[in-house]
Design a protein around this ligand. Structure first.
Ligand code: AMP
Length: 227
């Protein structure tokens, strides 16, 4: 995937559409930096930071964390000013994938402001999955608490229940992958995130992928789009 290592992408889709799984896989194979706002927020929650404490209530309820908190968090990652462990910001890497950001029009506008000129987006990939399929994907999803690998109790089970095949870590269910929160998350996607499809289509960078297929098939198609 050498030619895509310069790509500056957004992966857009409803919860459970497979953005995170595919973003990890594409990043591993291409050297692109993968930035997931959901993962960043879960780290903040785990560490008990001020941002984490504030974000947790929204996340558990299936709501979006307020724009300004997210925009500040992402902006700091773009410029590199908030990376405590010495990583440089996205602008210093040759290509990257934003997974789960932007999710609202104000976030998309803020991103445009921070990524003008040579840093402008090259691809926005929309992961299309019918809503009926998303509920089962989300309720069955399990994540390794140690390495972050994503499994599914039916579609991608581990050989030993509750234990990660990759590293032996314990599998956990995300607190927002329970039915009560999932309904809200899907509604939030429809009302606040889906309008971004038109926003990016108007800018000529949008590609839609039928993500209601096996992860391997979706991955192969992604590679063709990202050339
Ligand atoms: P995800 O892992 O992408 O499904 O994100 C999990 C949760 O984190 C979401 O349901 C939101 O509560 C929050 N979150 C992640 N990204 C954003 C964002 N760009 N804007 C607002 N909230 C976000």
């Amino acid at each position: 995937m050498a030619s895509s290592s310069q790509a500056r992408c957004v992966f857009l889709g409803a919860p459970g559409a497979g953005k995170g799984t595919q973003a990890k896989r594409v990043a591993e194979g291409s050297g692109l930096t993968h930035l997931s706002t959901g993962d960043l927020l879960r780290e903040e929650v785990k560490s008990g930071s001020e941002l984490g404490v504030e974000a947790k209530g929204y996340m558990d309820a299936g709501k979006l964390v307020p724009d300004q908190l997210i925009i500040d968090m992402v902006k700091a990652r773009i410029t590199g000013e908030a990376t405590a462990n010495g990583e440089s910001g996205l602008l210093a890497s040759s290509g990257w994938i934003l997974d789960g950001f932007p999710r609202t029009l104000p976030q998309a506008e803020a991103l445009d402001t921070n990524l003008s000129g040579d840093n402008a987006l090259t691809h926005v990939i929309s992961f299309a999955v019918p809503e009926v399929a998303l509920m089962g994907r989300l309720t069955g999803r399990r994540t390794c608490s140690k390495c972050g690998a994503i499994w599914h109790i039916e579609h991608k089970p581990t050989s030993k229940e509750g234990v990660c095949d990759q590293c032996g870590g314990e599998l956990t269910q995300r607190s927002d992958d329970r039915e009560e929160a999932i309904g809200k998350r899907l509604e939030v996607y429809r009302s606040q995130t889906a309008p971004l499809l038109a926003y990016y289509s108007d800018r000529g960078v949008l590609k839609e992928v039928d993500a209601n297929r096996s992860p391997d098939v979706v991955f192969q198609e992604l590679l063709t789009h990202m050339q």
